[in-house]
Design a protein around this ligand. Structure first.
Ligand code: GLU
Length: 485
């Protein structure tokens, strides 16, 4: 067969703040397409209806656009294999599920969530990994028809071989072998008719003519399920490439608890997208010291999928700072620097909204930097002294900061009203008045007790910056508690 044009994709799920890990994988795919003369496309995987939101989808698109990556097809630009959002493709998956049922590769399962929970509980208790036990695997056709006729809820699961191993070649890992008996009888279609990630992902990769699937290593264990689906449908499978995850300096998995992971955090702090892409691109290529400052074009030139960097992808913020500084100093003309700075300050209306909030609170314009500067600042300089004037004790302040930090994560849509409602709920939960809960938050956000209205400020700062400031504040106050201040 003549090699088709390589087609690769990034397939984010809009279930949270756009993550640097998504951009890392997107960049790999983009460089791959550029290098191979192929196409890079974007698909939104929102089969998890409870966790996916339009706000997050918009943010994913905005974040990817901010990075400077471009895609040939996607929900925003269309293309020949659309729609590019899985929830808009719901009806397309059903005939494929039926095909698997007809061919005997899948079965209806009527087990209730309660029964499955009991089953898992028993498996856990006996030290076995949780896995569907196959109760519905051999139901008679008449029984299935009768139970469906009676309106009983059901899902469709795939059958899995009971013996042998699934062997495949991964473009990064090499030869992989996974025993079939470790693979679960995956649900393909949920009770509400929505496909699961695995089902939609394979069907869409096939229909969208994806030739290479490059994604994070957390998906490696799912490959047997995917390969089996390709076999059941008698489709050619793509080449798989599983990239090692980015890690913190201590080798732990990059998570927002340790380091900010949202793209919006890095854009809010004034990292240039070019520098962030430069930083992430270095994880893929082999270069000598002194050659690190690279544009996207240069990264693509040096990118070689057969000769990937062997070094782990350590998310070293100091290196990112160093590269960003070099980009600011060496790659921008003074005019560009000024233009980019103004553009950055105006992002998300921080500047204009911050000014409007300040108007009634100053007697001369020169007070503005002091009053509203925290909206743009990358570090508000929190120290024990910042919290010393509060009426709450350090222990109480810490409890407030920690509870607020945890509970703000529950907000799906980040705006003044939802922040307001959540902070009132937190106050009730803590059994404190709202006016007791807010002063520590004022300090955490602005470094000062005299600043702009709290809820508006938090909305403008954005959830990733708020998360980080609360975290820094909690660290400072925890120190005070430890020292008995
Ligand atoms: N929706 C999956 C994710 O968010 C995509 C995994 C894949 O690329 O297959 O990571």
């Amino acid at each position: 067969m003549i090699n088709p044009t390589p087609r690769v994709r990034i397939a984010p799920s809009p279930t949270g703040e756009p993550h640097v890990g998504t951009v890392y994988i997107a960049l790999f795919n983009y460089l791959f397409a550029k290098k191979m003369g192929g196409e890079f496309i974007l698909r939104i995987e929102d089969t998890d209806a409870t966790r996916s939101t339009p706000e997050f989808e918009q943010k994913v698109l905005d974040a990817l656009r901010w990075t400077g990556l471009t895609w040939a097809e996607g929900p925003d630009v269309g293309g020949p294999y659309g729609p590019y959002r899985q929830s808009d493709r719901k009806a397309m998956y059903q005939p494929y599920a039926q095909e698997l049922l007809d061919k005997g590769h899948a079965f209806r399962c009527f087990c209730t969530p309660e029964r499955l929970e009991q089953m898992r509980e028993a498996q856990r208790a006996s030290g076995k990994p949780p896995k569907y036990d196959g109760l519905c695997l051999n139901l008679k056709a008449e029984e299935v028809t009768a139970r469906l006729g009676a309106g009983e809820a059901s899902v469709i699961r795939m059958k899995i071989p009971t013996e042998g191993n699934c062997e495949f070649h991964d473009g990064v890992y090499g030869d992989v072998s996974i025993p079939w008996d470790s693979v679960d009888m995956q649900v393909l279609i949920k009770a509400d008719g929505m496909p699961t990630y695995h089902m939609a992902n394979v069907i869409d990769d096939h229909l969208m003519k994806i030739t290479h699937v490059a994604r994070g290593e957390e998906w490696l264990a799912s490959v047997p399920k995917h390969i089996l689906l390709y076999r059941y449908f008698e489709w050619e499978q793509p080449v798989f490439m599983h990239l090692s995850l980015m890690r913190n300096a201590d080798k732990s998995k990059l998570s927002k608890r340790k380091n900010p992971t949202s793209i919006s955090y890095y854009s809010a702090l004034g990292y240039l997208p070019e520098a962030l892409m430069n930083f992430l691109g270095l994880f893929f290529i082999q270069i000598a010291e002194g050659e690190e400052l690279l544009s996207m074009e240069e990264l693509a030139e040096k990118f070689d999928p057969d000769n990937l960097s062997k070094a782990g992808a350590i998310f070293d913020i100091q290196k990112l700072d160093w590269l960003n500084g070099r980009w600011l100093r060496e790659k921008l003309s003074p005019e560009e620097f000024v233009a980019r700075t103004l553009e950055w300050a105006s992002e998300n209306s921080r500047l204009t909204e911050g000014l409007k909030l300040s108007q009634s609170r100053i007697s001369k314009l020169g007070e503005l930097p002091q009053l509203a500067g925290f909206l743009l600042s990358s570090d508000v300089g929190l120290a024990p002294a910042s919290f010393a004037g509060l009426k709450t004790s350090p222990a109480e302040t810490l409890e407030i900061l920690n509870t607020v930090q945890a509970d703000l994560e529950k907000i799906l849509e980040w705006n003044v009203e939802t922040i307001d409602a959540e902070l009132r709920a937190v106050s009730d939960k803590l059994g404190k008045k709202l006016r007791v809960v807010t002063p520590p938050l004022f300090v955490a956000m602005s470094g000062s007790s005299r600043s702009l209205p709290l809820f508006d400020s938090m909305a403008l700062l954005g959830r990733s910056v708020v998360r980080q400031r609360l975290k820094v504040a909690a660290t400072v106050v925890a120190q005070m508690v430890g020292e008995g201040k």
